[in-house]
Design a protein around this ligand. Structure first.
Ligand code: KG4
Ligand code: ZN
Length: 343
């Protein structure tokens, strides 16, 4: 089966062609056009994002089909939730029109289910059962993945997403948007010096029945960073602040993930989302979990951040289960991941 994937949920216009079945798939093409314009505003401007998707969608899909060598497709998979509604609608409307014109099925894909499948595109062993940590600009989710399509939501952020925390801290430190990679680089060349920020919602005596056992919260660290920036004697201390912030965030994520690995006894851990590009996070996960015999898988940066290959992959899974969407498929800002089982 050849699936065309389309992703327009935020500020990337992306299309990809994937071929195969089950966990045996080959990526034939992947085109990602990132909208640089938002840098000027220090964050994504929804109205501008939608217009940029309208301009880019036709050439991006044409390029992906041309790169795939053969422009036949058996289905179209498109992100229809969650995300910026105006941005999503561009991809959804285009996908429906193309599917209708080519007389092939269309399937709406949940963006976060896409992130769950991204690592499996490159690592054949990154398949269920596994513990998943999805850390992006909009979400922070800790899941136990028993099988594809069976997801137990263990924890989430109570406020800012991990990527959002990186972006806001970058702003406080005067770094460009999106700030994650800049904060990581600055932190890598510094030690925390006199700064140490409290690890949010992390106490050693927490029990799994405690609602804070798996949840995270990053807005407090952000305030701590703001106070530290104000107290800093000069910008030379910004490196130490970046390092102290990243240490606190990573410690929290590693501890929460380790709790899930221990409780569910998984031997594999899969990271996903843009923050999974952070090599310091991946190293810390490996140091903590590999001694337990758990393998940690991270997607390549191109597949960690928003892309259509992961959407095609998740769509293929749903299509193989006999699912498809009707032509009234709509876009939604929020929607639970399909296949959630009770915790
Ligand atoms: O998954 P993604 O591309 O978009 C969403 O679905 O939100 O994630 C983007 C986020 C941004 O917040 C960005 O700052 C963050 O991923 N990010 C990083 C790194 N690279 C990207 N955060 C920390 N360290 C990085 N190296
Ligand atoms: Zn994403």
């Amino acid at each position: 089966m050849r699936v065309l994937g389309i992703e327009t949920s935020c500020d990337e216009t992306s299309a990809a062609v994937l071929e195969g079945g089950g966990d045996d798939v080959t990526l034939r093409s992947l085109v990602i056009l990132s909208q640089d314009v938002h840098r000027i505003f220090g964050g994504v401007v929804p109205e501008i994002a939608s217009r940029a998707h309208v301009t880019a969608i036709v050439p991006v899909v044409e390029r992906a089909l041309a790169d795939a060598g053969d422009d036949t497709i058996d289905a179209v998979a498109v992100t229809n939730a969650p995300g910026l509604v105006g941005a999503l609608l561009v991809g959804v409307s285009f996908a429906k029109a193309l599917a209708f014109a080519r007389d092939v099925p269309v399937i709406g894909v949940h963006h976060m289910e896409g992130h769950l499948f991204a690592t499996a595109l490159e690592h054949r062993e990154a398949v269920p059962p596994f513990t998943a940590l999805l850390v992006s600009g909009g979400h922070t989710l800790l899941l136990d993945v028993e099988a594809w399509g069976r997801y137990r939501l263990l924890g989430k952020t109570r406020d800012d997403a991990a990527g959002e925390a990186f972006d806001k801290v970058a702003k406080l430190l005067g770094l460009p948007y999106p700030g994650g990679p800049y904060v990581e680089r600055l932190a890598a060349s510094s030690d925390a010096g006199r700064f140490r920020f409290a690890r949010p919602m992390l106490r050693r005596d927490q029990h799994p029945s405690d609602p804070e056992f798996y949840d995270v919260s990053f807005s407090g660290i952000k305030t701590a960073v703001l106070n530290a920036v104000r107290s800093a004697s000069d910008v030379a201390e910004h490196g130490a602040i970046a390092r102290a912030f990243q240490d606190a965030l990573i410690d929290t994520l590693v501890e929460k993930t380790a709790r899930a690995v221990a409780q569910y006894g998984r031997r594999r851990v899969v990271l996903g989302g843009g923050v999974a590009c952070n090599a310091t996070l991946a190293d810390a996960m490996r140091r903590r979990l590999e001694p337990w015999g758990a393998a940690v898988f991270t997607p390549a940066p191109r597949l960690a951040t928003d892309n259509a290959a992961m959407i095609a992959r998740a769509g293929l899974f749903r299509l193989e289960r006999g699912e498809h969407s009707a032509l009234d498929l709509n876009a939604f800002a929020t929607q639970p991941i399909p296949g959630l089982v009770a915790a």
